[in-house]
Design a protein around this ligand. Structure first.
Ligand SMILES: [Zn+2]
Length: 125
């Protein structure tokens, strides 16, 4: 896969628009058809789905089980435990990495999401 800048591509394609004030009707019709094809391509580009950028931060996952002394902070991408907080420990003192070293995922700590455990039997730990 090659990720490209769709806005730049569209701007480039727009430069290919043909003038439609031709002397000959056949030339004019050709230009109109050409432009219509170009518009079709521009339409497709503008409605193409976007990919999640690898460096777009995702909310950290939090696994807070009331019977455990530690609260786990989990990477939203690879589901590894990034950090732990002892119950009662201040959040400011918790190690909060901007990137998860293992997978490179950017981590957003401002809005932790509850971690949903895998169904029974699929949990490794
Ligand atoms: Zn990770």
């Amino acid at each position: 896969m090659r990720m490209i800048d769709a806005d730049m591509l569209a701007d480039g394609l727009k430069l290919h628009r043909q003038s439609t004030d031709q002397k000959h009707e056949t030339d004019r019709q050709w230009a109109v058809g050409y432009n219509a094809g170009l518009e079709r391509a521009l339409y497709s580009i503008s409605y193409a789905p976007t990919l999640t950028q690898p460096n777009e931060p995702l909310s950290v996952l939090v696994n807070d089980e009331p019977d455990r002394e530690y609260i786990d902070y989990i990477c939203p991408r690879c589901k590894d435990i990034i950090s732990q907080r002892r119950r009662g420990q201040r959040m400011e003192t918790v190690y909060k990495c901007k990137f998860h070293d293992n997978c490179g995922q950017r981590v957003d700590w401002s809005d932790p999401q509850p971690y949903c455990r895998q169904p029974e039997g699929e949990e490794g730990a």
